[in-house]
Design a protein around this ligand. Structure first.
Ligand SMILES: Nc1ncnc2c1ncn2[C@@H]1O[C@H](COP(=O)(O)OP(=O)(O)OP(=O)(O)O)[C@@H](O)[C@H]1O
Ligand SMILES: [Mg+2]
Length: 293
C-alpha cells in the first residue's frame, strides 16, 4: 500500500468515526438538487414536443428493478443538449425527479470529475477520497441503493458520450434501481446504443433530427428579433431563404440570428454575404454556416 493510499484510508477511518459519533438529528436532510446547467437553455425553446414525450415514456418507471434508460443521438448542433436540458429542467420543476445529476462524458477525466461532484453534492462521507475509481464506484453505489422515502427518484444525464469513453461509461453507470433514470447523449447511433442495448435491446433510442423549416424559421425570428420581421408583420422570403441555406440547423440558425440582432444586418445582407466572397468575422459556427450555403 503506497503513502497516498494509506493517507486516504486514515481519512476514511477518521471520517467514519466522526460521522458515527454525530448525533442523529445533526445528519442533514438531503434537499432536492438540480445540477443540470439550465442556464444554457435559451429564453425561447422551440418545438421538440414529440421527443420530450418519447423521453418521458421511455424513462417512466417499470416493474423491473433496473434503472430506466434512454439515449438520444444526432448530428452536432442539432439540439441534443438543449433537449436534455429542457427535459431535465421541466421534470425537476414538476417533481418527477428530486435529484438531477449531469455527467460530462467527452473524456474519462471529465466523467471522473462529474462523479466526484455527485459525491460532493450529496454530502457523501467519502467525497474527498483521492482514488478516482473508488469515487466513481461510491457514487454508483449511492445511486443504486438510493431509496429516500420522501423524495422522488433521480435522473442522470450523460452528455457528449464518445467512442473513447464508452468503456468507462459502461462500467460506472448504475444498473439497478427502479427509482433511477439515465438519459444519455451521443452524436453517433452506435455510441448511443452502448447505454441502452443491454437492457432495452436498442428500443429506447431517439434520433434528434433537424427541425422543419417552420420550426427553424420560428427559432430564427425569436433570436433575431425585430430586424427579421417586415413592417406588415409577415416573414420575408429572405428569412426563409436564409434559414433554408443554413440547412435549418439550430446551432447555425441561432448564431446567425444572434449576429443579426447585434449587428443590425438584415437577412438580405447575410444572404448577400453568403453569395459573395466576403467572410463575416464572428464565431466559427457562423463562418461555417455561411460556407454551407
Ligand atoms: N429546441 C431549441 N430551441 C431553441 N434553440 C435551440 C434548440 N435546439 C438547439 N438550439 C440552439 O442550437 C444550439 C446548439 O444546440 P445543442 O448544443 O443542443 O446541440 P448539440 O446537438 O448538443 O450539439 P453537439 O453534438 O455539438 O453537442 C443551442 O445553443 C441553441 O442556440
Ligand atoms: Mg451537445
Amino acid at each position: 500500500m503506497n503513502n497516498t493510499h494509506q493517507l486516504a484510508e486514515v481519512r476514511l477511518f477518521l471520517g467514519r468515526a466522526l460521522s458515527n459519533n454525530a448525533p442523529q438529528d445533526e445528519i442533514p436532510i438531503l434537499q432536492p438538487i438540480n445540477d443540470a446547467p439550465v442556464y444554457l437553455l435559451p429564453g425561447h425553446f422551440i418545438g421538440r414536443d414529440q421527443e420530450m414525450a418519447q423521453i418521458e415514456s421511455f424513462l417512466s418507471p417499470t416493474s423491473s428493478d433496473l434503472v430506466s434508460r434512454c439515449a438520444i443521438y444526432g448530428m452536432s448542433g442539432v439540439g441534443k443538449t438543449q433537449l436534455a436540458l429542457k427535459y431535465a429542467a421541466d421534470s425537476f420543476d414538476c417533481g418527477r425527479y428530486s435529484f438531477v445529476f449531469w455527467i460530462s462524458a467527452s473524456t474519462n477525466e471529465k466523467i471522473s470529475q462529474s462523479f466526484s461532484k455527485i459525491l460532493g453534492l450529496i454530502g457523501h462521507p467519502d467525497r474527498y477520497h483521492p482514488d478516482q475509481m473508488m469515487c466513481m464506484n461510491m457514487a454508483k453505489r449511492w445511486l443504486e441503493t438510493y431509496d429516500l422515502p420522501n423524495r422522488a427518484g433521480w435522473l442522470l444525464v450523460v452528455d457528449n458520450m464518445e467512442e473513447s469513453t464508452a468503456l468507462l461509461i459502461q462500467q460506472v453507470l448504475p444498473w439497478r434501481n427502479p427509482r433511477g433514470s439515465i438519459l444519455a447523449i451521443a452524436r453517433g447511433e452506435s455510441i448511443a446504443k452502448v447505454v441502452v442495448n443491454t437492457i432495452n435491446k436498442g428500443h429506447h433510442l431517439i434520433e434528434v433530427k433537424i427541425p422543419n423549416l417552420d420550426e427553424s424559421t420560428d427559432l430564427f425570428l425569436k433570436e433575431a428579433g425585430e430586424t427579421a420581421i417586415k413592417p406588415d408583420n409577415t416573414v420575408s422570403k429572405d428569412v426563409q431563404d436564409l434559414v433554408r441555406r443554413l440547412g435549418c440547423l439550430p446551432l447555425a440558425v441561432s448564431n446567425i440570428a444572434g449576429f443579426m440582432a447585434k449587428s443590425g444586418k438584415t437577412p438580405s445582407d447575410i444572404l448577400a454575404l453568403s453569395r459573395g466572397k466576403e467572410r463575416v468575422q464572428v464565431s466559427e459556427p457562423i463562418c461555417l454556416a455561411v460556407r454551407m450555403s
